[in-house]
Ligand binder design. Structure first.
Ligand SMILES: [Zn+2]
Ligand SMILES: [Zn+2]
Length: 135
């Protein structure tokens, strides 16, 4: 194995493990990207846009992230004065909604189906050995 490949492996395997200690802001995943692997932590990051909407009159409220939660920037609706709001996920961001939306950089976990299949395949060759022992 080449040294550069080893470094790449370390970056892909070990760096995500240390992720919990140093929380990565995924700064290099810019808002214009739909998704991408963060070069700092190696995680697959999906950019998701959310807006908040007044539950009373349905007007869009400017959303922001506060302690990891999506909340409206204003406590009360500027249109009707209501305090209730709902969160709406946008399928695509456009130039109107971008003024209202909050960006959430969601970490995508690797496909769990893949790892289960691999475990099963690795265990299969061990079975004949066990049979031999019982005989
Ligand atoms: Zn990151
Ligand atoms: Zn309202």
């Amino acid at each position: 194995m080449k040294f550069e490949n080893l470094l790449e492996l370390i970056a892909k395997v070990l760096l995500p493990l240390t992720y919990t200690q140093t929380k990565c802001a995924h700064d290099k995943i810019t808002p214009d990207m739909e998704q991408g692997y963060c070069p700092d932590c190696g995680k697959l990051i999906v950019n998701e846009w959310y807006i908040t909407r007044c539950n009373c009159c349905g007007v869009k409220m400017k959303a922001m992230l506060k302690n990891g939660q999506i909340v409206p920037q204003n406590h009360y609706c500027t249109n009707c004065g209501s305090h209730d709001f709902s969160i709406e996920k946008l399928e695509q961001i456009n130039f109107i909604d971008i003024n209202f939306a909050a960006l959430v950089k969601r970490e995508v976990e690797p496909e769990p189906i893949y790892s289960t299949t691999r475990c099963w395949q690795e265990k299969t060759p061990e079975q004949p050995k066990l049979l031999v022992q019982y005989l």
